[in-house]
Design a protein around this ligand. Structure first.
Ligand code: ADP
Ligand code: MG
Length: 544
């Protein structure tokens, strides 16, 4: 008699082998189908409503996948690669998911025929390496020495990334703005030095770029109108002090027996406040910003002395001002001296749309700028923000890694051709796998056609024929004329790094999913959420 061996807890669901692999691939295919139609300049947008009823309209693969809240363990990999592409290069998030899905799609056939996944994985890794070599070989180097040429290349890259977004009609306008913004940064190109402020109302073209920090005028008291609204080279005090008469009776109980004593308390309060104000005035600061409220007495005091003040400044804005203008955020008025005061070339309060904005321009410490976005609906502004983010990332990438390739499927087809030719030189069955990889790359031009409503088969045939010729390497889909065109002359340019990163990430994800042939789903495992009784043993004072 054989004793029964119990290995896993009761209720554990485990599936393994080929059916499991196929089921994982199918799950991924479902995810890919969800974002397939958003690719390219003729791609559609998705409207996602979350559990709180908040609507998001987006064309960005990473944003959509994040909102979808996918629970399937294998399909989650796709979400992760989209996120990683978003963090690493900022654009190409739909591309990466689509490629990964198509790699898996091609594999499915092979797996069903009984090929061992590891053979495929090995070939795919090799194919990826070859593909990257090819992209590096054909990419065109940017000449950084010529500022005019560099600028035009950057604008084209930014434009291509915005082609597929809601704001594509204003892409020239925004491409210039984005390039100006990135060029105004210092050599490290820190992303958080570009502030984006959204002001509902007005038209998109009324958006503007401010060379410096800008934030909305904060709440202010009477006396504010008399303060000057414009300075050249002012000293700026950044404070975390409340400049308001505190009604102490709210905070403490004070027993007084006669009027004099009460008067003393009131006087002391005023004295404390005036002492602080005097110190600030003596320090020579012209602009006073505080995270905490600045009351009416202080406002009037500053107005009388030709100073400007703003209380309740949002912390993030205050920090950016500090980084840009120098100085430090002080919690006392006592040590205000030049080393903790910031400065900028020009301070101004200006009307933008319905709101007034405080602008600090020509900041000495860090180069920074602020994009003020105008536009109709809130969702529209949000999507514009995301699109600009993509474009800004692309320009940063293009500045750092100075090689570009033509988009619209051109580079994918060229790499695909190269791999197919290479595969023919292999004698073993590896040939099949590499050909599958090459075929999968064609999904990008195919999907661009499908999304534009073109006959993808005809166009792909034309493209293949053109790429077989010597001068056809940059031919891609022409979304305007339902034809093919040289996308390098048509200025559909993308940084080579976007494509390299997308290919690597997609192939890694496909290989990862291919190497999983068993999922064990225990009722107490964490991906179903914490099991009843709380997560294992924590919460009773025990360390994690
Ligand atoms: P992703 O999230 O991957 O960036 P997009 O929706 O931005 O997805 O689409 C990018 C694709 O659209 C790229 O393959 C790019 O080459 C292509 N593309 C962009 N502009 C054009 C254009 N004018 N003509 C043809 N293809 C274009
Ligand atoms: Mg894009």
């Amino acid at each position: 008699m054989q004793p029964q061996i119990i290995l896993l807890k009761e209720g554990t669901d485990s599936s393994q082998g080929k059916p499991q692999l196929i089921s994982n691939i199918n799950a991924c295919a479902a995810v890919v189908d969800a974002i397939r139609t958003t690719l390219g300049p003729r791609g559609m947008d998705k409207l996602i409503v979350d559990s709180k009823g908040q609507a998001t309209i987006s064309n960005d693969g990473a944003t959509i996948l994040k909102q979808l809240d996918i629970v399937h363990p294998a399909a989650k990999t796709l979400v992760d690669i989209a996120k990683s592409q978003d963090a690493e290069v900022g654009d190409g998030t739909t591309t990466v998911v689509l490629l990964a899905g198509q790699f898996l799609h091609e594999c499915k056939r092979l797996i069903e025929e009984g090929v061992h996944p590891h053979n495929i994985v090995r070939s795919f890794r090799k194919a990826t390496r070859l593909a990257i070599e090819k992209i590096n070989e054909i990419s065109v180097k940017v000449n950084k020495q010529d500022p005019k040429e560099l600028r035009s290349i950057l604008e084209k890259c930014a434009g291509t990334s915005m082609n597929s977004k809601l704001i594509h009609q204003q892409k020239d306008f925004f491409a210039k703005m984005v390039v100006d913004a990135v060029m105004s940064l210092d050599s490290l190109l820190p992303l958080d030095m570009i502030g984006i402020k959204k002001v509902p109302g007005g038209s998109l073209e009324e958006s503007l770029l401010i060379d410096g920090v800008a934030f909305k005028k904060t709440f202010s008291y009477a006396g504010f109108e008399m303060q000057p609204k414009r300075y050249d080279n002012p000293k700026i005090a950044l404070l975390n002090i409340e400049l308001e008469l505190k009604a102490e009776r709210d905070n403490a109980e004070i027993r007084v027996n006669n009027v004099e004593e009460y008067q003393k308390i009131v006087d002391t309060e005023w004295n404390i406040l005036y002492e602080k104000l005097d110190l600030i005035h003596k320090s020579g600061a012209k602009v006073v910003l505080s995270k905490l409220p600045i009351g009416d007495v202080a406002t009037q005091y500053f107005a009388d002395r030709d100073m400007f003040c703003a209380g309740r400044v949002v912390e993030e804005d205050l920090k950016r001002t500090m980084k840009a203008c120098g100085g430090a955020i002080m919690t006392t008025a006592h040590d205000l001296n030049d080393s903790v005061l910031g400065t900028c070339a020009k301070f101004e309060e200006r009307q933008i749309g319905a709101d007034r904005y405080n602008l600090f321009m020509g900041c000495p410490q860090a180069k920074t700028c602020t994009i003020v976005l105008r536009g109709g609906a809130e969702q529209f502004l949000e999507e514009t923000d995301r699109s600009l983010h993509d474009a800004i990332m692309i320009v940063r990438r293009a500045l750092r890694h100075d090689a570009v390739v033509a988009g619209g499927g051109a580079v994918e087809l060229e790499v695909s051709k190269h791999l197919r030719e290479y595969s023919r030189s292999i004698a073993s069955k590896e040939q099949l796998f590499m050909a599958a990889f090459a075929k999968a790359l064609e999904i990008i031009p195919r999907q661009l056609c499908d999304n534009a409503g073109f006959d993808s088969t005809t166009i792909l045939n034309k493209l293949r024929a053109r790429h077989a010729e010597a001068d056809g390497k940059w031919y891609g889909v022409d979304v305007l004329n339902e034809d093919i065109t040289d996308n390098f002359t048509a200025c559909v340019w993308e940084p080579a790094l976007v494509k390299i990163n997308a290919l690597t990430a997609a192939s890694e994800a496909a290989c990862l999913i291919l190497s999983v042939d068993e999922t064990i789903k225990s009722p107490r495992s964490s991906y179903d959420g914490p099991a009843p009784g709380g997560p294992m043993g924590r919460g009773r004072g025990r360390p994690m």
